[in-house]
Design a protein around this ligand. Structure first.
Ligand SMILES: [Ca+2]
Length: 360
């Protein structure tokens, strides 16, 4: 189904985007506890085998979420979680890797399929007018820089429904993947990511696994690299420098996606755990997933199976992590390791990709 088109028909009222609202991000950082000393301590011997392109994460107990003022409500409260060991891809899945999957399976992504009126109307508020015939074509939502400052609540200012946009044509039919083989694949839906993972004998990470891996062994740090907030001149990841969405200073070298491995890896040797593209997780997105989780007992391998996404109430949103090249510290800073986001599972966009994990 093509919920991204449905959301456009609904006037983007329910459109869940990487950066939901303006917020002041210069508030002082909260004091950090050090009760997380067991994080990244091995709970078992690593497996004897290795998996090419993947890093073994031996699991353990850690503090998931945050109580920091940097965090959005869906990141709170901080709570204790324990995850078993797993392998995780060193990088986001690249165009080259996704091409191998499509070549082997002839898989057709969601963005390459023509939506039906029925599919769209099932996901928008009752009474929403049916989309016009010219909108019933395969396509995806493409980020388009604006000419100047715009109302940051009006996502349609910079997200354009683009017929013919898909993973092979990221900016529309005229674009291609030349020199982008090592960029993360984009315009993939959750369904597409799950299909790839099954083919690769892998799976999508749980939010808990993803966050444990993203923290790279650091204890309750606000960023995957530590304490220092990024700025227009201080670069740690592929995010947005300058005034969103009209001025990109490109200090990090990239206006859109960057080749994987372009920035320093985190403490576990994982690349782009902040920025570049959002990464689908296995969990259903639930705004209130952590409510009541601030007890003393650590949760073991949590996985959210159903939830409520207030920005997308008619679709069973799935969680994404990591932020993207569109994130800006003055706007949402959702490239922090505790930051969460929900998006309809049948939606891909210019800044949505994934990586996989594998259990022993
Ligand atoms: Ca950038």
């Amino acid at each position: 189904m093509k919920n991204n088109l449905g959301m456009l028909c609904a006037g983007l009222a329910a459109f869940a985007i990487a950066f939901a609202a303006t917020k002041v991000w210069d508030s002082p950082r909260a004091e950090r506890s050090v009760h997380d000393a067991t994080a990244n301590q091995p709970t078992a011997l690593p497996p004897a085998t290795t998996v090419p392109g993947m890093v073994w994460i031996h699991g353990g107990e850690f503090t998931m979420g945050t109580d920091s003022e940097l965090g959005w409500p869906d990141e709170k409260p901080a709570h204790r979680v324990r995850v078993d060991g797993f392998w995780i891809d060193e990088t986001e899945v690249t165009n080259s890797q996704f091409a191998a999957f499509v070549e082997a399976t002839k898989y057709l992504t969601t963005a390459e399929q023509t939506p039906s009126v029925e599919e769209i109307l099932a996901q928008v508020p009752p009474g929403t007018p049916a989309p016009s015939k010219d909108m019933l074509v395969a396509g995806s939502l493409v980020f388009t820089m604006t000419d100047g400052p715009v109302d940051l609540q009006n996502y349609s200012q910079w997200w354009k429904w683009t017929p013919g946009a898909n993973w092979k044509h990221p900016e529309g039919p005229e674009s291609n993947l030349d020199d982008r083989e090592q960029h993360p694949v984009v315009h993939v839906s959750w369904d597409d990511a799950v299909a790839f993972a099954k083919w690769a004998d892998k799976r999508l990470p749980s939010e808990a696994e993803w966050e444990f891996a993203a923290r790279g062994g650091l204890i309750e740090k606000p960023y995957v690299w530590g304490d220092d907030p990024p700025s227009d001149t201080r670069v740690f990841a592929n995010i947005w420098q300058g005034a969103f969405p009209h001025t990109n200073l490109k200090t990090d070298g990239f206006i859109r996606t960057a080749p994987v491995r372009s920035f320093q890896p985190n403490g576990f040797g994982l690349f782009d755990m902040a920025g570049n593209v959002w990464e689908w997780c296995a969990d259903a997105y639930d705004r209130d997933a952590y409510a009541g989780n601030n007890g003393l007992e650590a949760l073991s391998n949590p996985l959210v199976e159903s939830g409520f996404d207030p920005r997308n109430p008619r679709s069973a949103s799935r969680s994404q992590r990591g932020g993207s090249f569109l994130c800006n510290d003055r706007y949402c800073s959702r490239y922090r390791p505790s930051a969460r986001h929900g998006l309809s599972p049948d939606t891909g966009m210019s800044n949505v990709g994934f990586r996989c994990v594998k259990s022993p």
